[in-house]
Design a protein around this ligand. Structure first.
Ligand code: OGA
Ligand code: NI
Length: 178
């Protein structure tokens, strides 16, 4: 969906992200959880920072308000049974990637849906960094343009982030069910 975030909120979240990056608060992301946690730069090369209402940041809270509304809507209309979520900022420096993967951890099925929201004004085709979603016989290529939201079932779709040629910013999250 285009325009999931309006330009104003997208811009404020992007400013937060850039500040966190310049303060070196964003950390290398791992693959898998707990015991399987490894910092494998051959698989992904982004850095992340988890959002939290405890930060008392106006834009983060507006973002969570929007997500809360979305969860209520999904649970009411689709009986999706979402009971929680987690979201992090992600910064892909020029020349980053995330190889083909499934978002669910092998030993924990609680991640039911994945969501990615892009914070990249003025993104053009030459900048690369597309999200590639693998369907049965085809691949879907999605440009990470500002305010766009991608939402899918975590256990069903393998996907990949292609090489980007300029910094690429996003918020990525997972909706959990019991
Ligand atoms: C992820 C992921 C896709 C993207 O963080 O698991 O697949 O487009 N991100 O940033
Ligand atoms: Ni993923």
């Amino acid at each position: 969906m285009d325009n999931f975030l309006d330009d104003n909120l997208a811009n404020h979240l992007k400013e937060n992200l850039l500040l966190l990056f310049s303060e070196k608060q964003m950390k290398i992301a791992g693959i898998g959880n707990n015991s399987k946690f490894q910092q494998d730069k051959l698989v992904r090369s982004d850095v992340i920072y988890w959002l939290d209402r405890k930060h008392n940041n106006a834009s983060e809270n507006s973002f969570f308000d929007l997500i809360d509304e979305f969860v209520q809507y999904l649970n009411r209309t689709c009986y999706s049974g979402i009971t929680g979520y987690e979201f992090h900022y992600a910064y892909y420096e020029k020349g980053s990637f995330y190889k083909r993967h499934l978002d669910q951890f092998r030993d924990n099925q609680s991640r039911a849906y994945s969501m990615i929201i892009y914070l990249n004004p003025d993104w053009i085709a030459e900048d690369g960094g597309e999200l590639c979603i693998y369907h049965k016989d085809t691949a879907q290529i999605i440009a990470p343009t500002n305010g766009k939201c991608v939402f899918f079932k975590s256990e069903e779709l393998e996907h990949e982030v292609l090489l980007n040629h300029k910094p690429r910013m996003s918020i990525t999250g997972w909706f959990k069910t019991n």
